[in-house]
Design a protein around this ligand. Structure first.
Ligand code: S3P
Length: 445
């Protein structure tokens, strides 16, 4: 699917967007924790996107029962308990989702049956040694395609006879890796301690506590005492999953660069996810945040943005894990700012849905921006931006596709972005929102 954009004047009136979809990381975890717990869990504002639906399909193939209402955005799961899954005769398919393959591998290794799990051509390029190595220390054997000293899907996951605890220092600040280990640690009689080099998104830790696991945090140490059934939180009403700040980010940047004010409602404000807001504020953005949560599982609120004069900044090493998914759209914002935008210590970008250092460099150059590539990042000279019509291949990466489209509307230049089906992995109503803001300004071919 390709998107051909003919920019029109839009965004003259202040506009409110109340349907930014549910958080992807939270939706995966809601399905997984709901499935692993005893009892019934209901969630509101679940993300009905391809990535999260693949997690639901896999858990269903393992014997878990879900009821869903896509229009109401609700999902209800009848948990089977830690060991209640049954073997699936088919290879499990995560599609494009790195979160699904890594988190589910931690669970699958602890079952009484072997499994095979894989995904699309992008997943087959995602390194899995980062999970197979720590999980092997706990007794889980994961085999895959061995290449360049790493392991790639399809993964064959052997049933572990006994799960050991361990103390493990994470070599990369990765929520997917720590979550795979934390989920496996639920099956061990022994204590597991993970030491984080830098803090990164903490949704799994919050879910562990919420579901009654024996889990605690001591500084940089995450400690799970193991074997205890999880219990679905007793509640008459569904648990609200805030909207995804990583999806909101596209419209936050749009509202910072053009128009007359955009308000985004119900957006997740977890402090391990919201660094895009502090970075944009440091750049001079006009952003107002109103907290709306009241004892919810995760903080959320409304975000209002207006265009302002922006000045580029250098991202700090410790904030990279807190905005790892927002770097492509921040690169678009930097084109509208004076001075140099510097991203270093971000080699993790190279192993995302695409090599995002290389796809961001390609995106910025196609649009007429001035960018220099480094092994661990890039820098953009905002003073040298000269927007021009462009054609961009997303390389199957949803965040690159959406960044290109927002770039075209913000810069007011015609563009064609090819390979856009991937947007459905995280933001199924993206084009609907674009159409609300810029009617009759694009065609899908
Ligand atoms: C995610 C963690 C991040 C992020 C991804 C979702 C998660 O990946 O990029 O989109 O839900 O745990 P890493 O843990 O590999 O950094």
């Amino acid at each position: 699917m390709n998107c051909k954009i003919t920019p029109v004047e839009g965004l003259r009136e202040p506009t409110t967007l109340s349907t930014i979809p549910g958080d992807k990381s939270l939706s995966h975890r809601a399905a997984i924790f709901g499935a692993l717990a005893l009892g019934k869990s209901s969630f509101q504002n679940f993300l009905f996107s391809e990535d999260c639906l693949n997690t639901v399909r896999i858990l269903s193939a393992l014997g878990c029962s879900f009821s869903m209402d896509k229009d109401k955005k609700t999902i209800c799961v009848e948990g089977v308990g830690l060991t209640g899954f049954r073997s699936s005769s088919n290879q499990l398919d995560v599609g494009n989702s790195g979160t699904a393959i890594r988190l589910l591998s931690g669970v699958l290794g602890c079952q009484s049956f072997d499994s095979t799990i894989s995904g699309d051509s992008s997943i087959e390029k995602r390194p899995m040694k980062r999970i197979s190595e720590p999980l092997s220390k706990m007794g889980i054997v994961i085999d895959g395609i061995k290449k360049n000293g790493n392991v790639y899907p399809p993964l064959q996951i052997k049933s572990a006879s006994k799960l050991s605890g361990m103390t493990y220092e994470l070599p990369v600040a990765s929520a997917q890796v720590k979550s795979a280990i934390l989920l496996a640690s639920l099956y061990s009689d022994e204590e597991t301690t993970i030491i984080e080099p830098e803090k990164c998104r903490d949704h799994t830790e919050r879910f562990l506590s919420f579901y009654g696991a024996d889990f605690r945090e001591e500084g940089t140490h995450l400690i799970c005492s193991g074997k205890k059934e999880l219990k679905a939180p007793f509640s008459d009403s569904a648990i609200y999953l805030p909207s995804d700040i990583s999806s909101a980010a596209f419209f936050i940047v749009l509202g910072c660069c053009t128009g007359n004010g955009l308000k985004l409602e119900g957006i997740g404000l977890n402090p391990t996810r919201d660094a895009i807001l502090s970075v944009l504020k440091r750049m001079g953005a006009n952003i107002k945040i109103t907290r709306k949560d009241n004892g919810a599982v995760e903080p959320y609120g409304d975000i209002e943005v207006r265009p302002a004069r922006l000045v580029n900044v250098e991202l700090k090493k410790e904030e990279i894990p807190f905005l790892i998914d927002e770097i492509p759209i921040l690169a678009i914002a930097s084109l509208f700012a004076e001075g140099t935008f510097v991203v270093r210590n971000a080699e993790e970008l190279r192993v995302k849905e695409s090599d995002r250092v290389s796809t961001v460099v390609n995106l910025i150059r196609s649009m007429g921006g001035n960018i220099e590539e480094f092994e661990d990042g890039f820098c953009i000279d905002g003073n040298k931006t000269s927007f021009k019509p462009f054609k961009l291949d997303s390389h199957g990466d949803h965040r690159i596709a959406m960044s290109g489209i927002i770039g075209a509307f913000s810069g007011g230049v015609p563009a064609t972005v090819t390979n856009c089906t991937c947007i459905n992995t995280s933001f199924p109503n993206f084009f609907e929102l674009i159409d609300t803001l810029f009617p009759n300004s694009f065609v899908i071919q």
